[in-house]
Each structure stands twice: as C-alpha cells, then as structure tokens.
Design a protein around this ligand. Structure first.
Ligand code: BG6
Length: 482
C-alpha cells in the first residue's frame, strides 16, 4: 500500500506530546524512508499557528544529521497546519477539505494527542466529517489515559466502538514499543531453556519495577488527578506482567497474542489495599538542585493536602495452574534514586542444598528494559582459583556490548510505523483495557474515597521502607540493587 498517498493528522499539534514525541518521530520515519514518500502531515489544534511557527516549536526536538538539511526541507514541504476547535463540525469539514486538497484518495492516520475531555467530541467529528474515502482506510491512534476507572473507560470504549471498528483503533501503550518488552515474547517462547522453569514450581516471585529520578514538576496538574497507579502501573507495568505470565499464543497474530493477554488478566483478582504501599515524595532540603528540593505538594498545580501517590508497590496473584501462589510485585515511583525499568524473575531456592548454609543465592533472570538494555542471569559458579567455594556471578547479555552500534528505535517510532503497516500486535485491545481497569478500580476508588494517606519519602531515596518490607514479606531475596 506504500504506493497510495497517506495523510497523518496530528490532533493536538501544539501540545507537549506532539512536540517531544510525535513530530520528532515522524521526522525520523520520513528521513529513514520507512513510511511512504507521499505522506502528508497535517497538524490540527486550537491555536492559530503558521506552519513556520509550528516548525520553530517542534524542530528543536529533531535529531538532524550533518547531511540531512535537504531532506529536512522536503519533510517540511509535506507539512501543513489547520487551526480549529475539537467540538465544532464545520471545523472538521474544513480539515477534511484541506486533506482532500492534498490528496483525494489517501489513507488517513489520525493521532489524538489530546486531553481525554475532548475525546468524545473529536472522535465523533472525525467519524462524521473526516473519514478517508471508501477504497482507503482510516486508523485512529488513541493516547492514554483511556478513562480513569472501569466505568469511565467502558463509556469511552462504548463511544468509540459506536464510531469505529476495533481494527481502526490503535490504543498506544508506549511500553509495548520498547525493545526489551517486545523481546519478552521471543525469549519466553523461542527458548527451550525457559519453558520448563516458567511456573509456580520453580519461580518464587516476579518483581516489575519502574523508577524515575525526577518528580512531576510542571505536570502536577495532570498528575494530581491521576496518580502513579493510573499513570504507569495500570498500563505499562501490567502490560509487562501479562507478557511474562501469559500462555503461549497459537501464533504471532495480533488477535492470538491479545487473546492470551486477556486470559491471563482475567485470572487476576482485584488488588487488596493490604497488599499495597503508597508513597508521596517530599523535597530534600539538602538536594543538589531546585527540583530535588521541591516536594510534590510544593508544585503550584497540586493542592496542599493532596494524597495522590507518586509511588506505589502492589502485589498481584494470577490464579491459574501455572502461577497460583506466586507474587507478582509491581513497583513504581517518581523522584527516586535512579532511572530504571526492569523485570526480575526470582527462582526458588535449590532443593537438597549440599553447600555450606547461606552460600547459595537464588537464581534470577533480569530483563532490564532501560536504561542499558540487557538480559542477565544471576547464577552460582565456582569462585575461580584454588578454592572450591561458590560465588554468585552473571551470564550477561548487555546490548551495548553484544549489539554495539545497532540503533534501537524509540518506542514511538516502532509503534507509529506499525500503524502504517496495520499491525496491532503491540497495541491494547478494548477487552484487555477493561480487564486492566477491573483489577485496579476497587483499589483506586478506595484510595480516592477514603483519602488514604501515602507514606512520605524523600526525593532521591529508594522510596518508602514499607515497600521493601512488603517485598520481604513475599520472600523476595535481595541480591544487588533492585
Ligand atoms: C508515561 C507517563 O506514560 O510514561 C510518565 O505518563 C512517565 O509519567 C513515562 O514519565 C515514562 O516513559 P519512559 O519511556 O520515559 O520510561
């Protein structure tokens, strides 16, 4: 289909996501010739911009090589901008005639980089006025948040399914575009080695962590209405969990994979508050910079008595034959000591241990999503030399050394390319989303209704001590940093 012209509409072109992610990604895909040459990019937002003003705003985020100025000019020749509201039909008629002016027979991709408050009206207007002609397709990319609990998400899903069919809807969870997250399926199902171990008989616990060293400053207004559970745990972390825990799909077809993800989510009971630790960061008076001295409640966008968590640890159980009793511990937080996202699969102790007590550490498979992508296995070995002692060591597949010089595409780059190609493997299906909300909604409602107080932790720390205690309660043994 690459011969047919394509039109890519960026809804919310004046916003932060468009500036930092979408336009730089479109530029990257265009210059690497991964998308059709005849792709027209149309920015759409309320602000009255000229294309030059848009260019000035977004281009500083582009990576432009020394010989790429010519292709950069070409890229901008394919760009245009239309100003309009999100709720008035005639504005979308204007957008549609603008698109037809570029090409009357083009496939259309419409990216909604917009706040959820305008989703309903914009999607209705797209459906009524902005669809591609019959012989071409229209695909809509939707950004989270997809609602804020089961009910609001179901309403949004109902609204969208009244307008579009599922294979027109691409719900982005950008963690599904990350190299190491995509690798999970291949590692699990492409290796004989892991399959026999992948169950409750051998695995003691699975810890999925997401840590960021910066706070929410500047984003406090948005963040305060969502909190860390809705922001990353209910989506990014749960997605990783479902890829770790799902059964083998019949094929790599998007529906087969998503069927298995839904099945495993259905086996998870809603989270109990007793299995959760919530935290909120305070500024560190001795911090090295302004940000680290600023606590969550110091953000002007956040109310002084906010109880919104910026850190959370939660324990989930998958009630099926493979996983019954194995804790899946999801842990995420802002303003911590480091940036890291990783999965730790910790195996049970060796049975019939013949070594001096305490010498054997548990085997662990670690998938480091970022930074420094790696898969490594912590194993025991003989301490090299004359002694006959045991020592913990690692089988280490660090991508920077094993694949030195190989460029790992950014998550948005892969995912937007998938939309051009029509592949939904790495996008969230509506039933998957409903299950994710089912697991978290009772907990979220309880937190909101009872205004459950998070534990305070200091900017730059490892988070609340209570979280480590929860991990210990589930018999997770500390080996190195986690
Ligand atoms: C987003 C969250 O979905 O993911 C942010 O809204 C978070 O709060 C971001 O910072 C993390 O993404 P990445 O790719 O930088 O790990």
């Amino acid at each position: 289909d690459y011969q047919v012209p394509h039109v890519f509409v960026v809804g919310g072109a004046s916003g932060d996501l468009a500036k930092k992610k979408i336009y730089p990604t479109l530029w990257g895909l265009y210059k690497d010739q991964l998308i059709p040459k005849q792709t027209f990019f149309v920015g759409y937002a309320r602000s009255k911009f000229s294309i030059l003003e848009l260019r000035e705003k977004v281009e500083p985020f582009f990576k432009v090589g020394p010989n790429e100025n010519e292709v950069l000019e070409e890229f901008w020749k394919m760009n245009s901008y239309v100003a309009g509201s999100y709720d008035k039909g005639p504005d979308f008629q204007t957008l549609d005639s603008h698109i037809r002016g570029l090409s009357c027979k083009a496939h259309r991709i419409i990216y909604l980089a917009l706040p959820p408050t305008v989703y309903q009206s914009i999607t209705k207007n797209i459906h009524d006025y902005c669809m591609a002609p019959k012989e071409c397709w229209t695909r809509i990319i939707v950004e989270k948040p997809f609602g804020h609990d089961s009910q609001s998400s179901a309403e949004l899903s109902k609204h969208l399914s009244g307008l579009f069919v599922e294979n027109q809807l691409y719900r982005i969870d950008h963690y599904l575009g990350k190299e190491m997250v995509q690798n999970l399926v291949i590692q699990r199902f492409g290796n004989r080695m892991f399959a026999p171990l992948w169950n409750r008989d051998n695995i003691a616990s699975v810890v999925i962590s997401f840590k960021e060293p910066f706070g929410t400053f500047g984003r406090g207004g948005y963040f305060d209405t969502f909190g860390i559970i809705r922001d990353v745990m209910q989506n990014h972390l749960l997605q990783m969990l479902s890829l770790i825990a799902m059964e083998k799909p019949v094929s790599l077809n998007a529906e087969d994979i998503r069927n298995e993800k839904v099945k495993v989510l259905k086996c998870i009971k809603p989270i109990e508050i007793t299995e959760v630790v919530l935290g909120q960061y305070m500024g560190d008076p001795n911090g090295p910079n302004e940000d680290s001295r600023t606590g969550y409640l110091d953000d002007p966008g956040v109310s002084k008595d906010s109880v919104t968590p910026t850190f959370a640890t939660a324990v989930l159980f998958v009630k099926n034959e493979r996983w019954d009793g194995v804790p899946f511990i999801l842990r995420c937080g802002k303003a911590l000591n480091e940036r890291k996202a990783e999965v730790r699969v910790q195996l049970k102790d060796v049975s019939g241990d013949i070594f001096t007590r305490g010498q054997l550490a548990r085997n662990e498979l670690v998938i480091r999503v970022q930074p420094d992508e790696a898969v490594y296995m912590k194993i025991m070995g003989k301490k090299p030399g004359n002694s006959f002692d045991c020592e913990e060591t690692e089988l280490d597949l660090t991508y920077a050394s094993r694949y030195a010089g190989v460029k790992l595409p950014d998550a948005y780059e892969r995912l937007i390319l998938d939309v051009f190609l029509g592949s939904q493997i790495h996008f969230v299906r509506s039933d998957e989303l409903a299950e994710a909300w089912r697991i978290f909604t009772p907990l979220l409602h309880k937190i909101d209704k009872e205004r459950i107080k998070p534990v305070k932790y200091t900017f730059g720390s490892r988070g609340p001590k209570e979280s480590d205690d929860l991990l210990k309660k589930y018999n997770f043994t500390y080996t190195g940093t986690y």
